[in-house]
Design a protein around this ligand. Structure first.
Ligand SMILES: C[S@@+](CC[C@H](N)C(=O)[O-])C[C@H]1O[C@@H](n2cnc3c(N)ncnc32)[C@H](O)[C@@H]1O
Length: 200
């Protein structure tokens, strides 16, 4: 088990107290995110929840670096913001509230970015991967959680009517990741949920 700091535990305690769903990354994935975002000046996260993964990324930023994190649910975003204030990282994290499909464009003038972590609605992963390919610097890294789609990514969507939209979306996202005109190299890191990683 990777070591969490007291700050990570404070964020989790506040999430449980507020009744947020326990769908944040695991500590080992936090360490992986730190590795991938190490020394980033400008990082992006899509899917804040209560701010747990954001805390891992914020800790890895270069001096003066900034994390832009996107969250659709205003209550989650409010909790994350107060947690960032409580653990002392609020000055290097900006939360953008709303549907990231629409709100990502608000930070485009601040790009290009060094790192982008995708961990939100699976149906939008193709859009998020394309966005990352457009707005990362050359050499910038994209990482996406849940790339195994809970064990369903390899299934034939025509035979899985209930999950077909999500399966099609994740398969399309992986097609984008493996297309060298978007990302020069990529890999799948076998975390429990599958972390898809690419370098522009
Ligand atoms: C798996 S949770 C994120 C967990 C977080 N990255 C962590 O590990 O601590 C996914 C989050 O994405 C948010 N979300 C879902 N669809 C979204 C969208 N279209 N735009 C922005 N956020 C979205 C959800 O409200 C939820 O809080």
């Amino acid at each position: 088990m990777a070591p969490e700091t007291q700050r990570h535990r404070t964020i989790l305690d506040r999430m449980w107290a507020a009744g947020l769903p326990p769908i944040q990354i695991r500590p080992m994935e936090g360490k992986l995110l730190q590795f991938l975002s190490c020394n980033a000046q400008k990082a992006v996260e899509i899917g804040t929840l209560g701010g747990y993964s954001a805390c891992w990324i914020a800790d890895a930023l270069a001096e003066g670096g900034r994390l832009y994190t996107f969250e659709a649910d205003p209550d989650y975003a409010e909790l994350a913001l107060s947690s960032f204030q409580q653990v002392g990282i609020a000055e290097k994290v900006s939360i953008v509230v709303g549907d990231a499909n629409e709100t990502l464009k608000t930070i485009e003038p601040f790009g290009p970015f060094d790192f982008c972590f995708i961990d939100a609605d699976k149906i939008s992963y193709p859009h998020y991967f394309r966005w990352a390919a457009r707005h990362l610097r050359v050499g910038g890294i994209v990482a996406a959680d849940n790339a195994y789609l809970f064990g369903k990514v390899h299934l034939n969507p025509d035979k899985e009517p209930e999950d077909a939209p999500a399966i099609r979306a994740m398969q399309e996202a992986i097609d984008i990741l493996t297309n060298p005109s978007y990302f020069s190299v990529c890999t799948m890191i076998p975390t429990g949920e599958g972390m898809a990683v690419g370098i522009k």
